[in-house]
Design a protein around this ligand. Structure first.
Ligand code: FAD
Ligand code: SIN
Length: 517
């Protein structure tokens, strides 16, 4: 089938939905999403969304905290844009129906997380993302100009390459005409022509064996833009969240929000000794890179497979009102967090780098925008400040919308685009060829390209991933497409970009920590 839409949105998390709601006032919008619409990292966000709401907080303080966390390599312009627009965008989320918790006095109950000098995290208990996703999705479903199509796996961006032109990284003007999509309801490949396309496909945490990310986070957008010869940056800055619940049989790893440390939770070794004072004067509330490395170090030195987060000093009423979801989850595995310490380990959590965009979320490919975790705006630099990602998504989706609305009327659909050619492809009967390669890739990345890296480990990772890349390309070139095969291919592209950029950065900076041995 062939479709034509004014605004095509890939992904139904906060970035895609907030953009769609804005451009839908001007033209027809189609949102494509690979499983059901609510499944996204957004839905699982716990701690909240950072924004300047009341004094004594100020834009300048939030800007400085973001720059400090970013290890000196944030793009200051992106930081200033994001933070100074934070209050307006939060008001919009509230107008769209998002409920943030308030105190008995009727003001927003702001929390504090690592690296923040003020209380500025708006939240909805410990399931803020669930509430945001609910509000945005309800609103989008009611909008007459928005169509949401579930189980639609975007395979590739369509550019001049599909018209037979040679498109390499030096091409003067790659253009996006739309996308090819694997319709999982009948396994056909549909062609979507669009005036404007927004990539909002989220992160790539599944590159690693242990991640807080849902299974949909396979870096599809980053890989598609890379294949289409768009620019990506900062992929080496993978943020490991210091505290995911240690429960080896569970995938993805359940997050234990940093807000619990903001409320007084203390990190301890298995024998109950606090250790963070050895690493940073902010102790358990130091920025994430420092805390994750400290935990990793303690575990390796002591030969233990987790540490503890001790929340027993936090009042029970605070736990049950502010953290009911975590309280209930831990009880399920026999841990009563008002009485027992919580076993925790770091897990891959957030991609600070991604598709390079400017201040209007424009990628280096014409008529293609990117927003949310798949993008690299420069806000996070070498390390993201907690709860700045939901904020970045709404700010840059807003900016993308303003720019798209100005442009779309002058763009024509490209009728020369051919349909997908599946001639000669055969169905791959052996799922094991894919599932085993996914596991291997994840192990290579976890062992060699994790919290601590070395030149030797990176070199080894590149060689090992290279072998799996060649096997997978061979399989891809003869197989009927499946989401699993496409995801494996995309994971490999993300690994390649992470390793390549990690090898190019010769010094330890932010989340990229190199050792000599
Ligand atoms: P997502 O919300 O991940 O949405 C991506 C969408 O794209 C999904 O709908 C997915 O199905 C779709 N998609 C992907 N590939 C394809 C494809 N090929 N074809 C079609 N559709 C596709 N950040 C904060 O600021 N505060 C927090 O408290 C916080 N807590 C977090 C807790 C957890 C457990 C996790 C995992 C992350 C947390 N983060 C938090 C990070 C934040 O949630 C994400 O960065 C943010 O939600 C990303 O939004 P997004 O719209 O870019 O992507
Ligand atoms: C958390 O709640 O600790 C996650 C916050 C974030 O990733 O920004």
């Amino acid at each position: 089938m062939r479709f034509e839409v004014d605004f095509l949105v890939l992904g139904s998390g906060i970035a895609g939905l907030s953009y769609a709601l804005k451009v839908a006032e001007y033209g027809k919008v189609c949102i494509l999403t690979k499983v059901d619409a609510s499944e996204s990292s957004t839905k699982y966000a716990q701690g909240g969304i950072a924004a300047v709401m009341y004094s004594p907080d100020s834009y300048e303080k939030h800007i400085q905290d973001t720059l400090n966390a970013g290890a000196g390599i944030c793009d200051e312009k992106a930081v200033r844009v994001t933070i100074t627009e934070s209050t307006e965008r939060i008001k919009e989320l509230i107008n769209w129906g998002t409920n943030f918790d308030k105190t008995a006095l009727g003001v927003y109950d702001l929390a504090r997380e690592g690296g923040h000098s003020e209380f500025r995290i708006l939240h909805h208990q410990d399931k803020t993302g669930f509430e945001i996703e609910r509000a945005l999705l309800e609103r989008a479903k009611q909008h007459p100009n928005i169509t949401i199509k579930e189980n639609q796996y975007t395979v590739d961006l369509i550019t001049q390459h599909h018209l037979g032109e040679i498109v390499n990284r030096h091409h003067p003007g790659v253009e996006c005409y739309g996308v090819y999509v694997l319709n999982q309801t009948d396994n056909s490949i549909d062609t979507y022509l669009a005036k404007i396309t927004l990539v909002a496909t989220g992160g790539n945490g599944n590159v690693y064996s242990t991640t807080t990310n849902p299974v949909v986070s396979t870096g599809d957008g980053q890989a598609m833009v890379h294949r289409a010869k768009g620019k990506l940056a900062n992929m080496e800055f993978v943020q490991f969240h210091p505290t995911s619940l240690y429960n080896p049989i569970e995938k993805p790893s359940f997050l234990i929000t940093e807000a619990l440390r903001g409320a007084g939770g203390i990190l301890k070794t298995i024998d109950g000794q606090p250790f963070m004072e050895k690493y940073d004067k902010r102790e358990s509330l130091a920025p994430r890179d420092i805390v994750a490395r400290a935990i990793d170090h303690e575990m390796k030195v002591r030969g233990e497979d987790h540490v503890y987060l001790d929340c027993r000093n936090i009042e029970k009423s605070v736990i049950t009102t502010h953290f009911p979801n975590i309280y209930a989850k831990c009880l399920e595995i026999g841990v009563n967090i008002t009485k027992d310490m919580i076993p925790v380990v770091p897990a891959a959590h957030y991609a600070c780098g991604g598709i390079v965009v400017d201040e209007f979320a424009r990628t280096t490919i014409k008529n293609l925008y990117a927003s949310g975790e798949c993008s690299c705006t420069g806000l996070h630099g070498g390390n993201r400040l907690a709860s700045n990602s939901l904020l970045e998504a709404i700010v840059f989706s807003h900016r993308a919308a303003i720019n798209s609305i100005e442009k779309y009327k002058d763009i024509e659909f490209n009728s020369q685009v051919p349909n997908w050619d599946s001639e000669g492809m055969v169905f791959n009967e052996e799922m094991v060829l894919i599932s085993q390669s996914v596991k291997e890739v994840q192990q290579i990345m976890s062992n060699y390209v994790g919290i601590v890296r070395s030149e030797l480990r990176l070199q080894r990772a590149l060689e090992r991933v290279g072998l799996i890349f060649r096997e997978t390309e061979e399989l891809y070139n003869r197989s009927v497409l499946t989401p699993e095969l496409c995801e494996l291919r995309n994971l490999i592209a993300n690994c390649y970009l992470i390793i390549k950029m990690a090898r190019a950065r010769k010094e330890s900076v932010g989340l990229h920590y190199l050792v000599k041995y």
